[in-house]
Design a protein around this ligand. Structure first.
Ligand code: HEC
Ligand code: CU
Length: 385
């Protein structure tokens, strides 16, 4: 049989683009589309042949007055061989092509860059081989103000950078329940589960002339990003396994950029930060979905003004919220459950280092500004206050 998904993938038809949106971002994704389409056509054609022939027989041999009823024939070896061999052989062809495609996705080339993916209720974090992770966030919507400036508003999602035209392998782990890491443009999703690594690979696309994104090139003194248009391509990452209240917000952006940009970014993120800045970064990446710092209640209590005050707990007790309390709340959140809240916080035991905890404590003590740079004219976030 000369059916090959490779040749189909190289010339996506109008129908294929119409069904799949024409956004397949890798060769493997285009092959998935082609395979899906081939199976669809196979089913359509089989349906027409089988139902068409049945309808023809029903009409042609219908009961007519004056024609005696004939006994049904009960065996025809040639026919039976044909209708057994043809479907079995076709299924086998689809199986082999499908299995090859699956293996290509699950087994990444040996020299692929490995990204560690962490999942929890409700967020994603990607750690690069040098131990760094992206602090950048993308806003869901943009507003053009009267003076023509663009202001970003709405929910925020982390941006994970990958270099164009390279092989990437994911090694994924969940801190709580089962999630699923899904990038629609690569047509692949995979469960992310506690206590076991899962993963898959993909090859990022080459950027084309029209591929541009608004990209953070610097930070204003108040911590908001300075944006510029550069070449890049954004794709959504979703959680595809229902995992609780904010499941639908468990999204992120995969940003494909030129290799130089990628390397510069990751090296920059790898540089040591002040503990407070480290704490702020971790808050944005992992805690912000449940904890505000401006008093707004969320799934978890706000961190505004909690440090150094008495907390009230579900069992009726109270306790001073000092460094030890904060540490315990992060590592063993169900030990003391804040009154009025469900015990909904995952434990970060084992996923945050001693340094990370120190940073978080510094940040929770003073979420509005970095106490180590206060009063200086430095460029740290919040120093205007
Ligand atoms: C899924 C939502 C969720 C996430 C994510 C989350 N928390 Fe919580 N957190 C809660 C809830 C709910 C409570 C209150 C119940 C309790 O005490 O366990 C809480 C309580 C706390 C408290 C005690 C607050 C107080 O008022 O006494 C601290 C400190 C805390 N979390 C730190 C963190 C840190 C640090 C992170 C990120 C590394 C984080 N949390 C991520 C839900 C979350
Ligand atoms: Cu999820």
């Amino acid at each position: 049989m000369m059916l090959s998904t490779t040749t189909l993938a190289d010339s996506p038809s109008i129908l294929q683009d119409w069904i799949f949106g024409g956004n397949a971002a890798s060769r493997a994704a285009a092959q998935s589309d082609a395979m899906f389409l081939a199976i669809t056509w196979f089913s359509i054609i089989s349906f027409v042949i089988v139902i068409g022939f049945a309808a023809y027989c029903v009409i042609k041999y219908r009961r007519k007055p004056g024609v005696p009823v004939q006994p049904s024939p009960h065996h025809h070896t040639l026919l039976e061989i044909i209708w057994t061999v043809v479907p079995s052989a076709s299924l086998l062809v689809f199986f082999v092509l499908g299995f090859r495609g699956y293996a290509d996705k699950v087994v990444a080339p040996a020299n692929a860059m490995e990204l560690k993916v962490d999942a929890w209720k409700w967020g994603w974090k990607v750690t690069y081989p040098n131990g760094a992770s992206s602090p950048e966030q993308k806003f869901l919507s943009e507003q053009v103000l009267n003076d023509g400036l663009v202001q970003q508003t709405g929910l925020q999602y982390p941006i994970f950078y990958v270099p164009e035209d390279s092989d990437v392998r994911l090694r994924m782990h969940s801190q709580d329940v089962i999630h699923s890491f899904w990038i629609p443009e690569f047509r692949t999703k995979m469960d992310v589960i506690p206590n076991r690594y899962t993963g898959y690979g993909f090859r990022t696309p080459k950027l084309k002339a029209g591929d541009t994104v608004m990209h953070q090139v610097d930070v204003y003194p108040d911590g908001s990003p300075v944006l510029a248009e550069v070449s890049g391509r954004d794709m959504w990452i979703f959680c595809a396994e229902y995992c609780g209240d904010e499941h639908s917000r468990m999204a992120a952006t995969l940003r494909v950029v030129p290799r130089e940009v990628f390397e510069e970014k990751v090296a920059e993120w790898g540089r040591p930060k002040s503990p407070w800045l480290l704490g702020q970064t971790i808050w944005k990446q992992q805690c912000q979905i449940c904890h505000s710092i401006d008093g707004k209640p969320g799934t978890g209590p706000t961190w505004q003004g909690i440090y150094g005050t008495e907390g009230a707990f579900a069992d009726g007790s109270t306790h001073m919220r000092d460094e030890n309390y904060i540490r315990e709340s992060i590592l063993n959140p169900n030990e003391k459950v804040v009154a009025g809240f469900a015990p909904a916080m995952p434990s970060f035991q084992g996923s945050l280092s001693e340094e990370d905890l120190e940073g978080l404590i510094m940040f929770i003590k003073s979420p509005d500004r970095d106490p180590t740079t206060a009063g200086e004219d430095g460029d740290s976030a919040g120093s205007e206050g």
